[in-house]
Structures are given as C-alpha cells and as structure tokens.
Write a protein that binds this ligand. Structure first.
Ligand code: ADP
Ligand code: ASP
Ligand code: MG
Length: 442
C-alpha cells in the first residue's frame, strides 16, 4: 500500500481538542502511517509556544542554575493536554525525566527539542502507534550538521519494521547520543526527510491555514490561496519569509519527486496547496505571478566608482572583504558604475566600519555607504518569464504607492523580482504589489 507521511504543526498540537482533530484526520486515511509532530504552539494570540518556553528554560538555567518556574508552566500545559485527552499516560514521569535531563545536558538544542519529544509521546499514545525517538533515526554530525544520506538509510531500515509510527519533528542526534535541532520551524524538514526515506506517495503538511497564500495573510486581507506551485517557487517564497513551510523542506522530497500538500487541520475539507516538481506550461501561462513574500532586517552596502566595469577583479576584491569578515550576502545587483550588496543586518552588525575601511583600501571607490533599515520583497512566479512588463508593472505599483525602490534584482532564473525598500514601507509595498497583480495571479 502506498504511504502518506503527515506532519502536524504547532497549532495542530496546541491542546486536546486540536490533537483529537489530528487523530481523526489520521484515522480517516489508512495510508497515513507515519506521523511527524511539532511541539504545542499557541492556543490564542497572547499564548506562548512550548518551544519558546523551553528556550526560556535554557536561558533561566544559564542565569540561575535552575528553571523551575518556567518549567512548571510547561508541566501544566502538558498535564492539561493529557488530562483532557483522558489518556492513560503517566506524563509526570516523562516531565520529571525531561526536567532532570535538561540540567544534565544543559544545551539549548536539547531543551528546545523536548517539546516535540513530549508531543510525539502523547500523539503516539492517542493513536496507538509506535513512538520512535528522532534522536535515534535523524542523524546529525557532532558539529550539528544534518547527515541526509545516513539518515535516509537509517529511517528506511527502522521504519520498514514498523507499520505505524509517530516521530517527533525538529531534532535528531549524533553518534554520541547528543541532541541537535534544525533551525526554527524544522519539523517541516523532519517530515520531508521521512517522506523520502519511506518513499511516500505524498507528504501532507497540516497547518492552520487553507494552504499557501499568494501573500502573507497577516499583511494582505484574504490573499488568494495558491492551488499549485513548483518546488522552486516554494523555495523562493519560503526563503523570503513565507514561513508556512521551512525553505529546506523541499530538498529531501525533490530527490524522488514526492509532492507536498499543505492542508488545514481546522478545515480538512479544503484541498490546500500542492507543491510539485514542475508545472505544466499551460498552468504557467495562466498566471503572471505566483506569490509575494518578504523579510525585514537588511542593509545595502552601496558602492560607486566610475568605470568599475572595466576594472578587472573589482567585484572579487569587494567580495573577498566580506569573506574575510565572514559575512554572507543575499543579492548583488550591479550597474555600470555602481554595485549594491544586500546583507542581512545581523551579518553586518558591529563590522560596518571595518568593512567600509577595508573596501576603501582595496578598490578605492568614489563613494561607499551603508544604507540600513531595508526590507526585501520578492515577487515570485515561473509565469513572469512568459509575460513581458512584469517588472515595470511592479515598479509602477510601488511608485503609485509612493514607495522608493532602493534596490532591484531580477533573479537570474526569471523566477523572481526582488526589491529593497525602506522597512517603514514594508507592509504597504506588499499590499501594493499584491493589488497590482490581483487579477493576474493564481
Ligand atoms: P505550523 O506551526 O503549522 O508549522 P507555521 O506558523 O509555521 O505553522 O506556519 C503557518 C503560518 O504561516 C500561518 O498561520 C500564516 O500566518 C503564516 N504565513 C506566512 N506567509 C504565508 C503565506 N504566504 N501563506 C500562508 N500562510 C502564511
Ligand atoms: N517547535 C519548533 C519551532 O517552534 C519546530 C517546529 O515547530 O517546526 O520552531
Ligand atoms: Mg511551521
């Protein structure tokens, strides 16, 4: 029988009611044999995610050598869930163990991982599925790098012996048994890794929205849901801040072209979004853009020098400075006499002056400055390569909204156009671009 791997996010795990809903969804389809879960998320907007509380515990541990007050709140959350689910599970003994292990291992990653661990113990018990600890099957190196190939072999062999299992997302372990985590939102990656290993027909990613929207629903009212998008479009949108799915989730599934289906736990009849390897040409031609996403927190290192283009090695010398200071960059649009290097603010923090001085020394620019407070907005879609005038429509929409474009970069793949704008204009820019393409999108 073909297999569907399902991953449920934080809101789906938030309380007993949502976990019951999750169990119903899983039971509705016998193909849903392997389940990956996140830690309980927020139940209401002022609530705290368990993962955030666990990081807070680690912080308390560093300062006070204990974290009882914060851990007691976590304990209450889990006790409440188990009680409301009426599970015959001694959650207190798990919680006691977690509390003492947190002291023993004293690592942020170990502390953070315990939300997924406990969540999976509860869901396994609810479903009557086998609990498999991610520490034993998701393999990391001792440096904390994920080892995709060893993991694939391990998961394949372990799960071939287990008919139905629940695996905690977000973390794994190294050969010494030390826990490591992916970056935030990483349970999406865990689900994708397992989907690849068991050669799933489908990877369902269940969250709290009706699918991938063409813009962030917290910024644009009722953005259109995207019925279908390609792995590459997903990667661009997710990397640029559409955090409905972790940007690294596509790497495992694209090895075997496993489609990802984003679904809504709280509205399971909605078809959601399908993310597939390639779109048909007919699908591409029907839409100009697929979606818009963005991120705050960038700076632009802006350099001017007459005849820069003729100067052999100019860009290399500038980039060598960034490399020397261990700064990675995001975009590098150049003109005949100008170049802009877009860098995340936190990469550059504290190094601004030395970087400017060193660039001045190596290439003697006519002018160099750092423009900070920049946000990037990416407009993404394969369809734009079929439609001339996309960039001008986008710039026109921003001009009409009185937004100054500080940088523009059309990716070499003709898949996206990225603009840098002042962070104060961020939300306004997304709304303006969305409106400009409203009728021409999905
Ligand atoms: P989960 O806990 O299920 O993994 P996340 O909070 O990580 O869920 O992701 C879902 C959230 O992503 C949504 O609630 C929504 O607020 C946000 N989001 C941001 N951009 C988009 C988008 N383009 N489409 C849908 N949701 C988006
Ligand atoms: N619980 C982790 C986080 O909050 C991982 C995840 O939910 O995917 O980032
Ligand atoms: Mg998520």
């Amino acid at each position: 029988m073909s297999i569907t791997v399902v991953k449920f996010g934080g809101t789906s795990m938030a309380d007993a009611k949502s976990i019951t809903q999750v169990a119903n969804i899983i039971k509705q389809d016998p193909k849903r044999r392997y389940v990956v879960v996140s830690a309980p998320g927020k139940r209401f907007s002022q609530d705290h995610k368990i993962t955030d509380m666990l990081y807070a515990c680690y912080h308390d541990l560093q300062i006070n050598g204990e974290c009882k007050a914060t851990f007691d709140k976590i304990r209450e959350r889990f006790r409440g869930i188990v009680e409301d689910l009426r599970l015959d599970l001694d959650i207190d003994s798990y919680l006691d163990q977690v509390e003492s292990d947190m002291l023993k291992y004293n690592s942020a990653e170990f502390c953070a991982s315990r939300g997924e661990y406990l969540s999976a113990v509860i869901v396994a018990k609810t479903l009557g599925y086998t609990f498999i600890d991610a520490k034993d099957i998701m393999i990391f190196t001792e440096n904390g790098d994920f080892d995709a190939e060893s993991t694939n072999e391990k998961v394949k062999s372990v799960l071939s012996e287990v008919d139905r299992a629940v695996v905690p997302g977000f973390y794994g372990g190294d050969s010494a048994g030390i826990v490591h985590t992916f970056s935030r939102g990483g349970s999406d990656v865990s689900g994708a890794v397992i989907a690849r290993a068991v050669n799933a027909e489908l990877y369902e990613n269940w969250t709290d929205v009706n699918g991938f929207m063409s813009a962030d629903p917290r910024i644009v009212d009722n953005p259109r849901p995207i019925a279908k998008l390609s792995y590459r479009e997903l990667r661009e949108l997710a990397y640029m801040g559409a955090n409905v799915l972790h940007p690294e989730s596509i790497f495992p599934v694209r090895v075997s072209n496993i489609p990802i289906n984003i679904r809504n736990t709280f509205n399971p009849s909605a078809a959601g979004t399908m993310i597939v390897a390639e779109l048909d040409e007919s699908e591409l031609k029907n839409r100009v853009i697929t979606g818009i996403a963005g991120k705050k927190g960038y700076s632009i290192i802006y350099i001017e020098k007459s005849m820069m283009n003729g100067e052999l090695g100019f860009v290399r010398k500038v980039l060598a400075v960034l490399e020397y200071y261990n700064i990675s960059f995001e975009h590098l649009p150049t003109g005949i006499d100008t170049m802009s290097i877009v860098v995340a603010e936190n990469e550059l923090a504290g190094k601004e002056e030395v970087v400017i001085e060193r660039i001045k020394k190596v290439v003697a620019p006519d002018h160099i400055e750092i423009k900070s407070g920049i946000s990037l907005v990416a407009t993404v879609g394969h369809g734009m390569s079929y439609k001339p005038g996309t960039a001008s429509a986008l710039c026109g929409a921003l001009a009409k909204a009185n937004i100054n474009i500080r940088m523009i970069d059309q990716g070499s793949s003709e898949l996206n156009i990225i603009v840098g704008i002042a962070t104060a204009d961020y939300e306004k820019a997304i709304v303006a671009i969305y409106k400009a393409f409203e009728d021409k999108a999905v």
